[in-house]
Unconditional design. Structure first.
Length: 345
């Protein structure tokens, strides 16, 4: 919809914050808030003429596991970092154009969040893909820092803020004080590995082959770290590995709990490890303030309760776990002082 006002607004709100996640990409426009949230998936066709992007985001995710031979649905970010540079760039370009109504002359300043553990080479890949997708200036912010700002923790105070961000590819545990990261630990176990574990479990226990998307849906529907009796159940469809035909089975929340035990334990161990090495004065703050749990994995039922049982500390689930990172990056973009303090090279 064209209006002089939109035009003017477009001018004023060039700058973007992007959470380029393993599972989801979220875009925030300065002055407007979150304007886009789509799965980080790209469908491409590969043939003798080269590679052509067919669909990006939600539309591409629907194609996952359903594409004919020459079409592939790619998730270009794996374990939190760029696995496919070209496809990431195409995806970024598409999203940037989409939020700017395809006005090609726009060259925004962009702040992108990156996992805290990534290498210089990986950082350069993010920077370069944003530049070739049209960014004028690129700032990088570490995800736990962004998540902490986005969940309104007082990061500039001399007090310990502990945050756990469980995404699709990585779980990051960090302690932040005085605008700096005091401790950070990133493990490449998060939502995707749980989906994979569910898929394997169902294959092994029920001789049923299911896809990645079905596994994720099961996790989000009946996944529960401390399921109660009577266990919730779900009807799932897949291919019987013995008969080779489509089949429907019923599975219970207790089975899914079992299937993802290993992944949940890795996350708990990462949190315990962080607590063990946190300096005593800061540890005392955490006892008072508790731990902020965010990222899509924070929505796994009863994970907060389990973390509380394991640590004895208060666990607070962020208001909007799927948005904390981009909201934090967006806040940094709005505030030059914060931007200078928290961005990394
Ligand atoms: N209700 C839910 N229960 C369990 N898991 C959920 C739920 N909702 C979303 N998730 C999971 O959260 C993950 C996505 O979270 P998020 O968008 O924070 O990840 P990301 O930022 O894309 O990944 P990363 O930070 O690792 O790069 C997915 O694995 C998804 O399955
Ligand atoms: Mg994330």
């Amino acid at each position: 919809m064209y209006s002089p006002f939109n035009f003017l607004f477009g001018w004023l709100s060039n700058d973007l914050a992007i959470d380029l996640g393993t599972a989801n990409t979220v875009v925030y426009v300065k002055g407007k808030g979150i304007v886009l949230r789509e799965p980080s998936v790209v469908a491409v066709r590969q043939d003798s003429r080269g590679t052509k992007v067919l669909a990006v985001g939600r539309e591409a995710k629907q194609m996952l596991g359903k594409t004919p031979g020459n079409i592939v649905a790619i998730r270009p970010i794996r374990d939190g970092v760029i696995a496919d540079f070209e496809v990431t760039e195409a995806m970024l370009r598409y999203f940037i154009n989409k939020v700017h109504n395809r006005r090609t002359l726009v060259h925004p300043r962009i702040i992108i969040s990156v996992p805290s553990g990534i290498t210089q080479v990986e950082k350069r890949a993010v920077r370069e893909s944003a530049e070739s997708a049209g960014a004028r200036e690129v700032y990088l912010i570490e995800e736990p820092m962004a998540a902490a700002i986005g969940s309104n923790l007082p990061i500039t105070e001399p007090t310990a803020n502990m945050i756990i961000d469980i995404g699709g590819g990585t779980t990051e545990v960090a302690v932040i004080s005085l605008s700096g990261i005091v401790y950070t630990k990133s493990v490449r176990v998060a939502g995707d590995k749980m989906d994979e574990a569910i898929l394997q479990y169902i294959k092994r226990k029920h001789n049923l082959a299911i896809g990645e998307r079905t596994a994720e849906l099961i996790k989000m529907t009946i996944g529960n770290v401390i399921p109660d009796l009577p266990y919730e159940t779900m009807e799932i469809k897949g291919r019987d590995l013995v008969e080779g035909v489509p089949k429907t089975i019923i599975i219970g929340a207790d089975e899914i709990q079992l299937a993802i035990t290993e992944q949940v334990d890795v996350i708990i161990d990462a949190v315990k490890e962080a607590l063990e090495v946190t300096p005593p004065e800061l540890a005392a703050d955490i006892v008072d303030q508790g731990i902020m749990l965010t990222g899509g994995g924070a929505l796994l039922k009863n994970l907060d309760k389990r973390l509380h049982q394991e640590t004895g500390l208060p666990i607070i689930v962020a208001d909007d776990p799927l948005s904390s990172v981009v909201l934090g990056s967006g806040k940094a973009l709005d505030n030059l002082k914060i931007l200078r303090e928290v961005t990394v090279q």
